[in-house]
Write a protein that binds this ligand. Structure first.
Ligand SMILES: Cc1cc2nc3c(=O)[nH]c(=O)nc-3n(C[C@H](O)[C@H](O)[C@H](O)COP(=O)(O)OP(=O)(O)OC[C@H]3O[C@@H](n4cnc5c(N)ncnc54)[C@H](O)[C@@H]3O)c2cc1C
Length: 483
């Protein structure tokens, strides 16, 4: 394993026989950009398949040094998951699975020269003067783009500046620290005798109907989540759990009365992409958890301590989370490849770019048709299926065969409400349609999605050991990360 920091230097040996069809070729360089839910699974399997041979070189590029499965980020934000135990170092994975890792953000593509451009990697404050790595180019023969998605703020005034998105570990950790700070401040304000009636900073704002109760009766910590898709809904339930755990650790706030959690959703119902029965069941459970749901209203403006809706409501907000939609990273619109209005790369059923057959794209950053349904949804299960497909497609490409075509299979959707429950629908040939599930069974199915990802990265035995180790570790760490 090498951390590929070299520039254009091209060390391709020529004139060797390849096992792929017996033709004389140089080393075939597969570069996968993005080591997320899909990209890391793909590069791990390609490394296992080709990494020990001499004909194919597999390289992963990511702007981060470590991977975390994105669907865990709301748990990181709520403090119920410690990133240290679930993050995977790209360098270590590259070593174990025989691929190379190049750190850096992809910022450009030269299709004629078949190179990608990586931004310089700046040094951290305590890592000395100058960049850690300069801007570089990396050559490819087959390029796979899997750089995921980023938050779509839809141009709402103040949204980007005054909300926290959950795209990265850093953002999730930032939210957790803000949450802890808001709770500590609220408790301190409640403890101060002269300020018995004072509330959090948000309480000082005046305006909408939601501020009408006397200050002493207002919640002391106000959390607003914009967007009631799976991320917003799952986060709201985890936050209720966090408030209850913090109470058991000595925080003197009443988790239900003093911590208000509100979800704002522009559609008439939460989880609009899921069947109505799932949506209704989840709404019922959230109401029992005292999560306020405001549907059919959109956000007009976000200010540092309040959110204003288009219907004129003003909600106090110590912290606002934005989980209202996704768009593909802006860089994709600059590469000269055909993209849709969300900047996702338009791909053929083979997952090749419609513009360039040497470039594949998959996962959240790709727009792939799903006949009779529209487009493959931006989900971890889609990225997982496409990664498995691409292992076969790339093998066919290396052998000079026709490429297979990708068919997405929807196995259903599951929404976790943390320790409280899980709800969803399972789909598939075996059960002959859609089946509603709830409770422990749904919870087990939900966690099995992550287990499948860990198994794809480490194998089934190591996944099982990891599961046991995590269960044992739980008895010696706090249920919510406190520092
Ligand atoms: C909080 C949350 C909960 C979710 N829950 C679920 C769920 O329960 N079920 C489900 O199916 N899906 C869920 N999703 C969606 C799921 O996480 C995504 O669909 C999935 O991660 C997409 O995988 P991907 O490989 O396309 O991209 P990602 O997993 O996002 O990976 C993208 C990778 O590309 C890297 N990258 C980005 N830009 C660059 C660049 N320019 N250069 C180099 N590297 C770059 C990033 O660092 C990252 O490693 C959830 C998402 C979130 C945020």
């Amino acid at each position: 394993m090498v951390i590929a920091i070299a520039g254009r230097a091209d060390s391709r040996p020529v004139g060797r026989f390849s096992k792929y069809g017996g033709v004389i070729v140089s080393v075939h360089r597969i570069v996968v950009v993005g080591g997320g839910a899909g990209g890391l699974e793909l590069v791990t399997r390609l490394g296992d398949k080709y990494g020990r041979g001499k004909d194919v070189k597999v390289t992963l590029v990511d702007r981060s040094l470590s991977h975390i499965w994105k669907p865990l980020l709301h748990e990181v934000a709520a403090g119920v998951m410690d990133t240290a135990t679930h993050q995977l170092s790209y360098v270590a994975q590259a070593n174990w699975h025989h691929f190379e890792f190049a750190t850096g953000e992809m910022i450009g593509l030269d299709r004629a020269a078949k190179t990608i451009r990586l931004a310089a990697v700046p040094a951290a404050a305590d890592e000395g003067e100058g960049d850690l790595l300069p801007e570089r180019t990396l050559p490819y023969d087959t390029l796979v783009l899997a750089i995921g998605s980023t938050t779509n703020f839809f141009g709402v005034r103040g949204a980007q500046e005054n909300t926290i998105a959950l795209d990265t570990v850093e953002q999730a950790e930032r939210f957790r620290r803000r949450l802890m700070a808001a709770c500590v401040r609220a408790q301190n304000a409640a403890d101060a005798p002269a300020q018995g009636d004072s509330t959090s900073a948000a309480g000082a704002h005046s305006g909408g109907a939601l501020l009408s109760p006397p200050a002493a009766q207002r919640p002391k910590v106000n959390l607003v989540i914009v967007g009631a898709g799976a991320t917003g809904v799952e986060l709201s339930a985890e936050l209720r759990n966090t408030a209850e755990v913090l109470r058991s650790y000595g925080l003197k706030l009443d988790p239900r009365k003093d911590v208000r959690i509100t979800i704002i959703e522009s559609s008439p119902r939460i989880l609009k992409a899921l069947p109505e029965r799932v949506s209704g069941a989840v709404a019922g459970l959230l109401t029992k958890l005292d999560v306020d749901i405001l549907c059919g209203d959109s956000v007009a403006e976000v200010r540092p301590n309040e959110v204003t809706t288009t219907s004129g409501k003003v909600l106090p907000a110590d912290i606002t989370v934005w989980s209202a939609g996704i768009t593909a990273p802006p860089v994709l619109g600059t590469l000269g490849l055909s993209v849709n209005r969300l900047n996702q790369i338009e791909v053929l059923p083979t997952l090749q770019s419609k513009t360039d057959p040497d470039i594949f794209a998959f996962g959240d950053c790709a727009s792939c048709e799903w006949p009779e349904h529209g487009f493959v949804p931006p989900r971890a299960q889609a990225a997982h299926q496409q990664a498995s497909f691409l292992v076969k497609a790339i093998d066919a490409r290396l052998k000079g065969q026709n490429l297979p075509t990708f068919t997405y299979r929807d196995f259903g959707s599951l929404v976790s409400l943390g320790k409280f429950s899980a709800v969803g629908n399972l789909m598939g040939g075996l059960i002959g349609g859609s089946m509603f599930i709830e409770g422990l069974f749904a919870r087990v199915m939900y966690t099995s999605l992550y287990r499948m990802h860990v198994a794809a990265l480490h194998g089934v035995w190591r996944m099982m050991l990891d599961t046991v180790a995590n269960r044992l570790r739980r008895s010696t760490v706090p249920r919510v990360k406190l520092h």
